[in-house]
Design a protein around this ligand. Structure first.
Ligand SMILES: *Cc1c(COP(=O)(O)O)cnc(C)c1O
Length: 436
C-alpha cells in the first residue's frame, strides 16, 4: 500500500494545524505512522488520498450507523441547503427533531439541541448543578464525556490514548469537584456517597463504556447507580453520546429499562453533521434558559442542515428497527471469527462485544474496567493495527476506542476482515515487537 499523498498532506498539516489534526486520536500518536488522509467514503468503505480502499470500523466514531454517504441523508441535506443553511431563528425542523427523539427514547419530556457531545455533557452538568445547588459530581475512570474542564479527570478516549495523567489548563479548583470511581464498581460509589454526603449534584456514566475500548456494564451496575441517585437526590445522567440510537432505537435507557433524569446525545443524532442534544425530565429541563436561569446558548444550535440530517437518519432507524438485529448479528459474526483466528494463532485475547460495538484486548483476563484495559497487551495492538491497515482494514488507532459496525457492512466484508485478522496476527508473531 502506498501512502505518498497522505504523507505529504500530513507533513503540510503539521505546519498549520497543531499535531496535524483537528481531534487528537486521528493523529495515530499511539500506534505510530502516518494517518491516511481520507478523500471520500461510500457505504462500508473509505478511500484515502492515495486511492487506497479500507473497510471502515471507525465510521466517524459512531455516527455513520447506516454507512457513509447514506442516500436519504445526502438527499435531505442537498434539498435543505437550497433553503439556506442557517437562520438563527426557530424552525419547524427543530420541533420535528425534538418530537422524534422523545418518541424514540422512553422517559424524556424535553430536548435542547447543541453542537457536539461535549456541549451536551457540559450543559447537563451545569443544569444538574443549577438544579440541585450542589457542585460535586461522580464520573467513572476511563469514561469520556467530552473535553469540558470538569470531565478531564481520569478521562478515556484521547486522554487515555495519549496517556495524559493531568490535563494542564484544568484548574485544580474545578477538578476537585469531580469524584472518580472505577467502572462496574458500586462499592466505590458507596464510599464516595458516604464521604461527600449532601454535596453531590450529579452522577454521569456511559451506560456501555466505549472510550476505554468497549466495556459493557455488569448486571445490576446501572440499576444500582440509578437507585443510589434516586435515594440521594442526585441527578442521574446517562451519557448516550455513543450508545444513543446505536444499541437500541431508544438507546441504553430503553435497552436496560432505565429512567435517567438527563440523557446526553451526539454522534448518530447528527447523521454525520456536528450535533449534540440533552434530553430529560421537564422538572429539570425547565431550568434551562430562557424557561429558567441556567444559561446555555448557541448561534448554530438547531442548525437546519444538521437537523434534517439527524431527523432523516433517526426516522430511518425508527421505521426499520430490524436494522438493530442485523447489526448485532454481523458484529457477533465478526467477534466469533476474530475469536477463532486469535485462538488458532494461540494469542491470549478478550473480545468485548455489545450490540454493534466491539473491542479486542490482548490479555487473558476479563476487561471490566479501565485498569484492566490499560493492563492489556497494547504493544501487540499497535502492530496488529498496522498489519490490518496494510490489508485495507481501518480500525480505531487505539485500544481505548470501540470499533463500530455499520449497516452497510456486508457478510463478505466481515469475512474479509476475519481473514485479514488471521493473517495480521500471524505476521505480528513472526516479526515480534520492534522488528516488524
Ligand atoms: C464522543 C463522546 C463525547 C463527546 O462528543 P463530541 O461530539 O466529540 O464532543 C461525549 N461522551 C461520549 C460517551 C462520547 O463517546
Amino acid at each position: 500500500m502506498i501512502f505518498n499523498r497522505s504523507q505529504q498532506l500530513f507533513a503540510q498539516a503539521q505546519r498549520v494545524i497543531p499535531g496535524g489534526v483537528n481531534s487528537p486520536v486521528r493523529a495515530f500518536r499511539h500506534v505510530g505512522g502516518t494517518p491516511p488522509f481520507i478523500a471520500s467514503a461510500k457505504g462500508a468503505y473509505l478511500y484515502d488520498a492515495d486511492g487506497n480502499r479500507y473497510i471502515d470500523y471507525v465510521n466517524s466514531w459512531g455516527p455513520m450507523i447506516m454507512g457513509h454517504a447514506y442516500e436519504p441523508v445526502v438527499r435531505a441535506i442537498q434539498q435543505q441547503a437550497e433553503h439556506s443553511t442557517s437562520f438563527g431563528a426557530p424552525t419547524e425542523l427543530e420541533v420535528l427533531m425534538a418530537e422524534q427523539i422523545i418518541r424514540m427514547v422512553p422517559g424524556i419530556d424535553q430536548v435542547r439541541m447543541v453542537n457536539s457531545g461535549t456541549e451536551a455533557c457540559m450543559t447537563a452538568i451545569r443544569l444538574a448543578r443549577g438544579y440541585t445547588g450542589k457542585n460535586k459530581m461522580i464520573k467513572f475512570e476511563g469514561c469520556y464525556h467530552g473535553h469540558a474542564d470538569s470531565f478531564l479527570v481520569s478521562a478515556g478516549s484521547g486522554v487515555a490514548t495519549l496517556d495524559i495523567q493531568q490535563v494542564p489548563g484544568v484548574p485544580a479548583s474545578i477538578a476537585e469537584d469531580t469524584l472518580v470511581a472505577p467502572y462496574n464498581n458500586l462499592q466505590a460509589v458507596d464510599l464516595l456517597l458516604e464521604a461527600h454526603a449532601g454535596e453531590i449534584a450529579a452522577l454521569i456514566v456511559e451506560p456501555v463504556a466505549g472510550n476505554m475500548g468497549c466495556i459493557p456494564p455488569e448486571p445490576g451496575f446501572l440499576e444500582g447507580l440509578q437507585q443510589r441517585c434516586k435515594a440521594h437526590g442526585i441527578v442521574f445522567i446517562l451519557d448516550e453520546v455513543m450508545t444513543g440510537f446505536r444499541i437500541a432505537p431508544g438507546g441504553a435507557q430503553q435497552y436496560f429499562g432505565l429512567d435517567a433524569d438527563l440523557i446526553t446525545f451526539g454522534k448518530i443524532i447528527g447523521g454525520g453533521l456536528p450535533v449534540g442534544a440533552i434530553g430529560g425530565k421537564q422538572a429539570i429541563m425547565s431550568h434551562l434558559a430562557p424557561a429558567g436561569e441556567v444559561y446555555q446558548a448557541g448561534t448554530l444550535s438547531g442548525n437546519p442542515l444538521a437537523m434534517i440530517a439527524g431527523y432523516t437518519l433517526l426516522r430511518e432507524l425508527d421505521l426499520n428497527r430490524h436494522i438493530y438485529e442485523t447489526l448485532a448479528t454481523r458484529t457477533r459474526q465478526l467477534a466469533d471469527g476474530l475469536n477463532s483466528e486469535f485462538a488458532k494463532a494461540g494469542v491470549v485475547h478478550q473480545i468485548n462485544q455489545f450490540a454493534s460495538m466491539l473491542s479486542v484486548f490482548f490479555t487473558e483476563y476479563p476487561v471490566r474496567d479501565f485498569q484492566a484495559a490499560k493492563a492489556a497487551g497494547n504493544e501487540l495492538f499497535k502492530q496488529f493495527f498496522h498489519a490490518m491497515l496494510r490489508r485495507g482494514i481501518y480500525l480505531p488507532p487505539s485500544p481505548f476506542e470501540s470499533w463500530f459496525v455499520s449497516y452497510a457492512l456486508s457478510e463478505a466484508d466481515v469475512e474479509e476482515t476475519i481473514q485479514a485478522a488471521g493473517e495480521s496476527i500471524r505476521e505480528v508473531f513472526e516479526h515480534p515487537a520492534g522488528r516488524a
